[in-house]
Design a protein around this ligand. Sequence first.
Ligand code: NDP
Length: 478
Amino acid sequence: MPKFEYAPAPESRAIVSLRESYGLFIDGEFSPGADGRAFKTISPATEEVLAEVTEAGPADVDRAVTAARKAYEHTWSQLPGQERAKYLFRIARIIQEKARELAVLESLDNGKPIRESRDVDIPLVAAHFFYHAGWADKLEYAGYGPAPRALGVAGQVIPWNFPLLMLAWKIAPALACGNTVVLKPAETTPLTALAFAEICQQADLPPGVVNIVTGAGETGRALVTHPGIDKVAFTGSTEVGKEIARACAPSRKKVTLELGGKAANIVFEDAPVDQAVEGIVNGIFFNQGHVCCAGSRLLVQESVYAEVLASLQRRLATLRLGDPLDKNTDVGAINSAAQLAKIRELSEVGEAEGAQRWSPPCELPVKGFWFPPTVFTGVSQAHRIAREEIFGPVLSVLTFRTPAEAVEKANNTPYGLSAGVWTEKGSLILWMASRLRAGVVWANTFNKFDPTSPFGGYKESGYGREGGRHGLEAYLDV
Ligand code: NDP
């Protein structure tokens, strides 16, 4: 059969006007850092330098926390919920107005396909602000008593896989509940957080309610250990999450941690194969597998293993990898050289430990950071690729015979963030869901997110919930 070729369909980047350099957003204004240090943020698809960004040191973090404290005490905590809601609604509408610009900027700085930033990330960002705007004047109905109080100043540290979405998950509930924030975006993806700072200015948000301090791990450390912080919210690796938990343990800070995962996506023999294959692809190749709840372990019932694998391989051969700004691209760039090195290393370990590696024929661009969609078969539970978070487009396939064995294998991980179940039987879905130790269990779907739905983990995937009524608890003194 002749194959149709896609014509290039690039999204124009003209809508984005980048500044050469960015300061820190503190007390409602952009200002230089105290010691003049800066770093460059690049496009992972081309290695082109996009802008220079200020590296905040401890003195800058202190200035940001002081601004947030002042804004909390004199402005934000004094406002009735209805007034806070107006600001959040305004921010949500500006995000919608700027959706295309934000999507292009996110794809440039992160490497994710424009289709994803345009259709998933940015609409969800706006949805989070709309949803939490709705809560701001209804907190007494959230189930935490008649007049729940805010905590104060929140220090928030986020990763690079969903830069603006993770910002929304952190800032929207914090502000709705009456807290002020200092947020540190990831070193490799600061640009949409800085664009958000401009949105706060446009929305006339009172100075100091939102502060953005850019920098690397040291800036994050200075923020979460600052004595003026009342609440720490972190999303990132389990290793750094543990360090933060240790650092905050002697203090009165309230902490929520959203950490790594090694989710099982479980396909039973009665599942519709084509739909399950779409779910497997979405589970692990969405966002290049840079997803904490990615379905990185596929558990297939032995009787349909050959059929599912063949169908999956056929489907993977149709994925288009390349320019993140091309609207036909399915798989974009790996976010950084460091992450690419980690994915390569663990994939080599997978081969060395005896698993079979497969990728569809796939030409990788010469510049930038790229890794082809990869499937490992013959994986045993002891293999590192079955146990460790690879955080890349790499799927490990295992098999099972009975539901009990599937539960046993799915739960055999230090993590517990998410899981997927594919079957036609509702009773089996409920039976599985009640036994899987995961914060989210998707049935006949995967990677579905909604601001009304709480998200969070068990075990080493962290603690606390984000989203929904449950997520408000993290920002209230209850
Ligand atoms: P990190 O956990 O190091 O980064 C997450 C955020 O924390 C970033 O903003 C980072 O800054 C900051 N940070 C780093 N060290 C500290 C510290 N000591 N105190 C406070 N903040 C800190 O993840 P990486 O980006 O290094 O990725 C490493 C691995 O973590 C990945 O390969 C992946 O496996 C996993 N990961 C998991 C995520 C998840 O959602 N589950 C998200 C991201 C990564 P900076 O970016 O500047 O280093």
